[in-house]
Design a protein around this ligand. Sequence first.
Ligand SMILES: NS(=O)(=O)c1nc2c(F)c(F)c(F)c(F)c2s1
Ligand SMILES: [Zn+2]
Length: 259
Amino acid sequence: SVWGYDSDNGPERWHENYPLAKGDKQSPIEINSKDVQHDSSLPAWHASYDPGAAKTILNNGRTCRVVFDDTFDRSVLRGGPLTGAYRLRQLHLHWGSSDDHGSEHVIDGVKYAAELHMVHWNPKHGNFAGALKQPDGVAVVGIFLKVGKTPKPEMKRILEEIDNIKTKGKEAPFQHFDPSILFPKSRDYWTYHGSFTTPPCEECITWILLREPIEVSSDQMAKLRSLSKNGENEPVNPLVDNWRPPQPVKGRIVRASFK
Ligand SMILES: NS(=O)(=O)c1nc2c(F)c(F)c(F)c(F)c2s1
Ligand SMILES: [Zn+2]
């Protein structure tokens, strides 16, 4: 059966069809501040996104994804640990069945309610498929979502669309959206080399994980959890707990841009 997050097709069995899942540079990982290396030479990262590049929002049965036009250097990420400009291709989220878990990366034992991934690829490798095969092919900015009292209004835009993409395969136009409004105030980040957290689990990602979480309300998290894995007219199967647990660090160094 196709991979997923249930007991018969979940993360513990992905390696049966996707051998890379047992690699030495898998993601996510648990980050322990005591093991992190502060690197004062790490530059700041910069995103320059064109709101006109946003195209559609879709439910693919595994996550809620916003897709951008990446046919030229229209919305790019540069700086930080990266060399060159990486093109924004899509953003999506991973979340839990309750507010006390849902993120993929775990920070000093803390699991956040959700984790938002902004996926960028290096155009020097020609196209996205080519970039997947390169260690410097993809850069993902990870933003943690924490349930709090001052929810970020910017998440509203994505959550307002949820009602139009309730079931698998549903897609809706999603335009005039600049995802940089989702960034927290601080640009502090951790960075390490890892993989896609979903099959095929290619080890092509430079991770840039933002230290400061953004706040969402419990109602906003409930909205996200109202998405379904199933298609229309199929038995309801809530789309929740679409996160992979932390994988072995295997001696990798996690660097921090901050002390
Ligand atoms: N969760 S993730 O690591 O950001 C992430 N995984 C994948 C993946 F497996 C893919 F096949 C893919 F085309 C992606 F664009 C991503 S993006
Ligand atoms: Zn992801």
